[in-house]
Design a binder for this molecule. Sequence first.
Ligand code: DAH
Length: 345
Amino acid sequence: MNQDIFLTMASLSEEIKGTVITSAEQLESFRIRFVGSKNIIKTLFGEIKNVPNERKKEFGLVLNALKEEAESRFELEKERLDASADQGRNHDLDLTAPVYYDSIGSRHPVSIVMNRIIRIFERIGFTVAEEREIENDWYNFTAMNTPEDHPARDMQDTFYLKDSTVDLLRTHTSSVQARIMTTQKPPIRIIAPGRVYRNETISSRSHCQFHQVEGLYIDKKVSFADMKQTLLYFAREMYGPQTEIRLRPSYFPFTEPSAEMDVYWGLKNEDDYRITKGTGWLEILGCGMVDPNVLSNCGIDPEEYTGFAFGMGIERQAMLQYKVTDIRQFFENDIRFLKQFSGAL
Ligand code: DAH
């Protein structure tokens, strides 16, 4: 019997060393058998009464050693399992790594120039109106005094939507004028920035998509002088306080009279000769007094109200400002090109 108990303890010791523990379940079985409140080692303590006196001491020492062995194996395996569970969860979390700053993108040069133009006009009370890029014939052309088979429709080659003769991609932001005039009552003072489309051959100087900012001001007694002063203010904010402008008579179906505005760019170097074709003047926008036909097409009484409108392209101004020589660069999403504008608003 005594011999048996010592043998049992020896084989339990082997078991404590040899038990495979790689999962929480295995650890729990081990705990119940060797460490828990009713563990097997505890029950052996009751056997001390059957051990002869001269071996009681030895028995106690061996049993205590067994108890410690079980407890320390349990603690060790528990720590190991906890650690590997932790690692599984956070294997890519390195608390000592330096803080990682997500690099923020840069604004597109077209947006930068567009935002500048918007801010200039907002300062004198214009509000931004944005409208759809897929338009119909009426808002893009007819309402703007360009009825079907009017030769002026040829000025802007149009993308029509598949199987449609009326739905199109707007060819200019002037369509926003009609959208606003048919839904709002004067006084109206808006600018409409946005993308426009024309069926043109793509080259370094022209593209089938580009951006415009449209302006429209309608109220009682709005005059050509109001328009001129507004545009002079714009030119000086945009190109510097000394900037000179000139208005040349022109033709647009939706304005009468119509004009084109140039700013004096100067002839300081060879580039200036090239971009101003030797004149020193740069054409920036088209403008004019809103044609009475446009007002009445849109339900505004031309006897009571007058107004002026203007429209300008953005890409050309961005090309001048940033010395970009190929308009296609604005649409190629080449990160090396775009990154150069980081930091600008
Ligand atoms: N819509 C014209 C274009 O795309 C530009 C323009 C000219 C707009 C005169 C206007 C305007 O509002 O009055 O070429």
